[in-house]
Ligand binder design. Structure first.
Ligand code: NAI
Length: 337
């Protein structure tokens, strides 16, 4: 179903190359005449000095109100300190599912040709609950929290995604041979949910074995569902199979709210130089249009990206070309059918 109603989207520039890739994506969305109105809001380490927080309430409220955000990367320091703006957004908006489709890009040379995977990552618990304490000096405990509710919800999401997108198989990724209670609970939930989807093949794979299998034969896999930490690592591994972080989109999805963002970070080494590759955020906006039930616009944008890559003339430096962000953006707009 295609709607023509204008929808408000919260646009968050973020840090580093964030403003550059957000600007490029907004220009392309305007060129494709997506019925969107943008509400700019702030988040990230740059604004933390201004507001005393990297995630102002006003930003969270805007995404809640609009139901949808498009976000550039935000920087997070290593070590004890403030929670990352991303983790904050996911928690406060209950964006429980991280969705990362990883697909070979035509014209981008990698070791593999037909990668077409989907990583579904649980976003709200596991070691990312951030429950850590010093037991005695020199000994730190970090708690891995796994619940039946969150595990069932993410497995249900993965199977529903598989049905909706005509996928054939869902693999549960775990380490239940060692973490018998926590990952064992995740697997139990997966098995129960899988029974409700007899048309979708289901299988279980241990996470270390999966890493080996993915780099040898990524075609073996389809949709993969997993806890938070495994998902963080596996999604970056998968992006390496198709040309790296610059081309892989992502979304954090809740019951009625979603935030779309690239997998990559703020790329401080090239920030402000106009060299960033905006493909990942552009493809995230394709996911956003699909989520908004605007498939015609989504395919137009996606086809333009594929066309520019297929021609191989205007490619950014991270992928071996010479184009800057502005030249690449212009090429995408020119390729819109
Ligand atoms: P990064 O993804 O920013 O950079 C890794 C390498 O990839 C760099 O050489 C960078 O130049 C390159 N790269 C990344 N995206 C690119 C793009 N679109 N075009 C061209 N080259 C690109 O990862 P790093 O250095 O580990 O993280 C930097 C900061 O980003 C950290 O503060 C981290 O916390 C944050 N970060 C934020 C994320 C988010 O907001 N979703 C996700 C990942 C990291």
């Amino acid at each position: 179903m295609t709607t023509t109603k204008t929808r408000k989207v919260t646009l968050i520039n973020g840090d580093g190359i964030g403003p550059e890739v957000v600007d490029a994506t907004r220009k392309v969305l305007e060129a494709v005449k997506a019925p969107l109105e943008f509400e700019y809001k702030e988040a990230g380490s740059e604004v933390a000095n201004k507001y005393g927080t990297n995630l102002p309430d006003d930003t969270v409220e805007s995404v809640l109100r609009n139901g949808c955000g498009l976000k550039g990367p935000t920087a997070t320091g290593i070590g004890v300190g403030q929670q990352s703006a991303n983790v904050g957004l996911r928690k406060r908006l209950e964006l429980f599912a991280s969705l990362r489709p990883v697909k070979s890009v035509p014209g981008v040379k990698t070791r593999y040709e037909n990668v077409d995977l989907v990583v579904v990552r649980e976003n709200t618990e596991d070691l990312y609950a951030g429950i850590e304490h010093i037991v005695v000096p020199g000994v730190v405990e970090s708690l891995k929290i796994i619940t039946e509710k969150a595990s069932t919800r993410i497995c249900q999401f993965a199977f529903e995604y598989a049905v909706k997108h005509d996928r054939k198989k869902v693999s549960a990724v775990h380490k239940a041979n060692i973490m018998k209670l926590s990952d064992g609970l995740f697997l139990d939930c997966f098995r129960k949910v899988a029974r409700g989807f007899p048309q979708i093949k289901s299988e279980e794979v241990i996470v270390d074995n999966l890493c080996m299998q993915l780099v040898r034969n990524p075609e073996r896999y389809d949709v993969m569902v997993m806890e938070n930490l495994y998902g963080d690592i596996i999604s970056d591994l998968c992006s390496g199979l198709v040309g790296g972080l610059g081309v892989v989109p992502g979304a954090n999805i809740g019951h009625s709210t979603a935030v779309f963002e690239a997998v990559h970070g703020t790329a401080p080494d090239i920030a402000g130089q106009g060299l960033a590759n905006p493909t990942a955020l552009l493809m995230s906006s394709v996911m956003m249009l699909d989520w908004m039930e605007e498939p015609v616009l989504a395919r137009r944008l996606e086809n333009a990206v594929w066309k520019v890559f297929g021609e191989g003339k205007v490619i950014t430096r991270d992928l071996g070309g010479t184009a800057n962000t502005a030249e690449f953006t212009k090429a995408i707009i020119g390729a819109l059918a």
